[in-house]
Write a protein that binds this ligand. Sequence first.
Ligand SMILES: [Zn+2]
Length: 309
Amino acid sequence: MRIFDGHCDVLWKMWENPDISFQDLASMHVTYPQLKSRRSSVQVFAIYVPQKVSREGQFAAALQMVDIFFEKILAFSPGMKLIRNEAELKRLADGETGAILSLEGCDCIGNDLSRLRILHQLGVRSVGLTWNFGNAAADGILEPRGGGLTSFGEEVVTFLNSKNCWTDVSHLSERGFWDCLEKANNIVATHSNAKVLCDHPRNLTDSQINGLIEKNGRIGVTFVPSFLNSCQASATIRDILKHLDHVCSLGGVRHVGFGSDFDGIEDTPAGLSAYREYENLVNEVLKRYPEEQAVRFFYQNFADYFTCV
Ligand SMILES: [Zn+2]
């Protein structure tokens, strides 16, 4: 089973810990040997600049993460290919691994669209407007103001539309979500679950999930334990299946995928302690769904939606 995973924080972890290598299974959830063994899979690598970095230093930090991607990941991962468009995705050969760059939060671009254009030139193809707080583009879900897209945020979405890139609404305020649903042509929530099953602010209400499905958007069920299970004591693969089942029950069989958030989380669900254990999830999904549908969940739903030119 090929896997198209919509979100991981490998770049952030390697930026925070310069001595870690992308081969280091002891320190990383996702490593090249694990990706390689799951033939022809695709991983989205997020550029996430933490809030502790000064406003002036944010763009430099984002560029450092791009440098890590090329110099410490691609350069040491023979057979791993940067995927920038639909043709490159389709050309991915057996035994190769695809890597897509994304930006998690527009804080680092300030109100300067040229910075977004530069990141796009470097390969970024999916952009989340915010992390949890507000910036020049929009408010995040924990920003008390709860604002939607600013006029600059609309410019960001217009740019992403012009390049067929994904607008990622995970982390966004609810108003921001609805603004994007109206304006974005390619809309995804790369790592969010269903609020009706787990009442966490980062999760989506049923009306948001319905909105994404109606707009032919995509939803990546995520492995963050506190987004899976309100008790938080111990999330399991069973919890992931509940969120998958729920999105499907709303009509999202062709819209749901996975966005693990590996390497952005400390705790992982039981049975999913690292990327290689995706196998356990694959096995459980195959017990409940026909293989053709499982292929959609693990790969095809996201792959079909990646139409950058
Ligand atoms: Zn995130």
